[in-house]
Write a protein that binds this ligand. Structure first.
Ligand SMILES: [Zn+2]
Length: 423
């Protein structure tokens, strides 16, 4: 039993103070590694291109439960628009503020703290392993991140049996939503070719702008599907229309548009592309279409993983989460090819926004949920009552904010049992 309990808010604050905007790491993964090594994890630093990732594992037994997440964050945009320094981890009225607070440094901190509590209570020899796959390339191209780490694991013959992704899936209140799949995403770049001419002599020309408008109308008014048991209906949205014609008396020869389709499990990208081309061919004009797919739709049928996660959420918050596939893509799209995956984390309302922030009470509750989930995953018969969740307001975090930043001190920061969130 280790002598002190990790405060998830202190770990989250240390991570937020590392401005790890993709592809930069800025020492964020050192904080994770240091904390995990103290808990007995063996950590591998995996560098692909300019991206740093880690895979850490404690134990050699099966099942191997993996927590997946990312330490990289999106840019801040105009810093003047923020009401605090985005990388100072300001603590205000029980709220921890900064880029990455909910997406998703807070969840990484909560899982590390939950793991410590679990190991303290169960002793070192529980049957199974806990691992963490943390990437620095989720918000960027996602080329040198999770996907490459999964390849590396496969080459080593290292299997993951189930995976919890800590993305901010809660919609309004912590625990109201788990994601068990994601829609697919396809982007189409359409160029329509006509014949240039004088606007006073349209019979001698073929207006590409008119053609494009008609084709986009055909695409945007079509019903792609009506959704399915776990998916909303697929949608097609036009992102931009570009003609760039400076002369009002010239009929343009070419017109371009870009659109993005979020598609349900009624489609594969291949089938969708065939449908698109059929629809555009029906118009009978010359066009070129380039499509790119950033992810197929997928669904992990509700089962043991989502059941135990939902039960952990219910025990801590009293809420039964909705099982959803809404929202954008995540690295779960790569992991689902290897093992069952479910996503659960903080409330996403401020993610990617100015003034991103997390309630300390949510961080404490998420830690309790992850801890309860670990219990249920490794020994479903156990009936430990989850700890009472009280906002982990810790004066030492204020002190950290005032002093020059010291990551080691932030990770080392511990509070005595009984002084923290009640665990
Ligand atoms: Zn994220």
């Amino acid at each position: 039993m280790s002598e002190a309990i990790l405060d998830p808010a202190a770990v989250a604050a240390a991570l937020i103070r590392r401005p790890s905007v993709t592809p930069k790491d800025e020492g964020a993964l050192d904080i994770v590694t240091t904390a995990l090594e103290k808990l007995g994890f063996g950590c591998h630093r995996l560098v692909f291109g300019d991206i740093h990732n880690i895979y850490a594992r404690r134990g050699t037994g099966r099942p191997n439960l993996c927590f997946a997440g990312h330490t990289d964050v999106v840019p801040t945009g105009a810093v003047e628009a923020w009401s605090f320094d985005p990388f100072s981890a300001t603590l205000r009225d029980g709220v921890l503020c900064g880029r990455g607070a909910v997406d998703m440094k807070g969840a990484i901190a909560a899982f590390i703290a939950a793991t410590q509590r679990f190991l303290d209570a169960r002793g070192p020899d529980f049957a199974g392993s806990i691992s963490l796959l943390i990437t620095g390339d989720e918000e960027g191209d996602a080329v040198n991140g999770t996907r490459k780490v999964l390849d590396w694991l496969e080459e080593r013959g290292e299997a993951i049996d189930a995976c919890l992704v800590g993305e901010p899936t809660s919609a309004e209140q912590l625990g109201d939503m788990i994601k068990i799949g994601r829609r697919g995403s396809m982007t189409g770049r359409l160029t329509v070719h006509g014949v240039q001419g004088h606007t006073a002599y349209p019979h001698l020309a073929d207006n590409a702008a008119h053609r494009l408008v008609a084709m986009l109308h055909a695409l945007t008014t079509a019903e792609l599907d009506r959704g399915s048991e776990h998916f909303q209906p697929s949608t097609l949205q036009v992102s931009t229309i570009d003609i760039g014609n400076p002369a009002s008396n010239v009929i343009p020869a070419t017109a371009r548009a870009v659109f993005n389709i979020r598609f349900s499990d009624c489609w594969t990208s291949e089938k969708l592309e065939r449908w698109l081309r059929g629809r555009l061919d029906a118009d009978g004009c010359r066009y070129t279409l380039d499509v790119s797919v950033s992810g197929e739709s997928f669904l992990v049928a509700p089962g043991v993983l989502s059941d135990r996660l939902a039960e952990a959420i219910r025990r801590v918050t009293g809420r039964m989460p909705e099982l959803s596939t809404t929202g954008g893509t995540s690295d779960a799209r790569f992991i689902q090819a290897h093992c069952p995956v479910a996503e659960f984390g903080l409330v996403g309302q401020t993610m990617h926004k100015v003034d991103e922030r997390v309630e300390l009470s949510d961080l404490a509750a998420l830690t309790a949920i992850y801890h309860t989930f670990l219990d249920l995953f490794f020994e479903p018969s156990i009936s430990r009552e989850p700890e009472t969740v009280v906002a982990g307001l810790d004066p030492a975090i204020h002190a950290l904010g005032a002093a020059p930043f010291d990551a080691q001190a932030a990770v080392d920061h511990r509070v005595k049992p009984g002084d923290d969130d009640g665990g």
